[in-house]
Write a protein that binds this ligand. Sequence first.
Ligand code: GDP
Ligand code: MG
Length: 440
Amino acid sequence: LSARLTDTFKNLRAKGKLSASDIDSTVREIRRALLEADVALDVVKDFTGKVRDRALGDEVSEALNPAQQVVQIVNEELVSILGGEQRRLEFAKNPPTIIMLAGLQGAGKTTLAGKLAKWLKGQGHTPLLVACDLQRPNAVTQLSVVAEQAGVAVFAPEPGNGVGDPVKVAKNGVAEAKAKHHDFVIVDTAGRLGVDAEMMKQAADIRKAVNPDEVLFVIDAMIGQDAVATAKAFQEGVDFTGVVLTKLDGDARGGAALSIRSVTGRPILFASTGEGLGDFEPFHPDRMASRILDLGDILTLIEQAQGAFDEDEARKVAEKIAKDAFTLDDFLGQMQQMRKAGSIKKMMGMLPGMGKMKEQLDNFDEREIVHTEAIIQSMTKAERENPKMLNGSRRLRIAKGSGMTVTDVNQLVQRFEQAAKMMKTVARGGMPQIPGMGPM
Ligand code: GDP
Ligand code: MG
């Protein structure tokens, strides 16, 4: 989808005034791109119709830069189809808030249960996970593992808790939550590989039994053309209040999101972006629109980068390097900035062609910064500014003071010297090329 749209927009950007035929051919390209991305035909027609009407209107012909205006319109319409504003989770007036998860097997429900629980816990809530997938042999164990990772309680069927009957387990789970004052209940359910009447009835029965505040339909963003049929089947069979898109860390660029939202009218609440419990975020329609337009989720990126790097700081360091006055304090400052960019790996993942860089960052060790901090903080001001004065007895003192070994201190000094040398090269002759990374 994205490569094609990008080409289309490139053509547009190169032009000044737009003719009606420019607009028509652009709309045709958008239509083809969306269809190729498995967006449902009705949705595509509706979408391109709106874009065309607006593009032919005054807002484009009177615009300073008509091409940019068309891009803007496409973006706005995408955001609007994806749900406009972001919707939040409904909370029950009287706790616990009950969230039920439904979807095909492998969609990511159990993983999502853990992610939601962790996220809610981080906001001070006390979720209870309830294991109602009694179909797959390992499902209950899997949920218990996820609960433990998230640091939350789990309610699993044991003799007396209603073995074999997911509806009973759901009811008992909610009762347990009330008794133990959990303010959230997350009900994990069974799925099948394909839509099937028995599974659907089971989910519907669970829904009737516990009357959830939210029923979240969990769907793999990579599912392609089946997205619409699956979503419709679940809407008819169980009905749901919201959608969670999973596996957005893969190649899928959002075609499914577009169709599901448009066909079911239900909002997308969350996006799941990996196997780890932290790989999860509230869904941002505007960001998904950018992703579909292949802007590399630039908003998220800019936000994260702004949080991570202080421009002034970077300029000061560059000046120091040029003057050959780079100290261990500067070195430490740089490492700390790297840490602030805790999400830097994610950030890289959002940019096309950054695989190599991401690999390197995978090896970035958080503890190393803590150790580096300890060592540098055990040095005197003079030592930090002039590491050449670090003789054997000074290194021994620093090692003792920081609780590290002399070898650790030696290695740090060595790494600092390498970094200083490398940066001097950079300051003199421009950036060294990192493989897989274009010019920044
Ligand atoms: P369920 O059958 O719906 O409960 O699905 P699971 O939670 O067991 O997930 C199925 C598989 O998909 C597991 O291997 C998960 O680790 C994986 N998975 C779940 N969510 C994501 C995601 O957002 N991204 C990726 N890459 N994998 C995911
Ligand atoms: Mg499961």
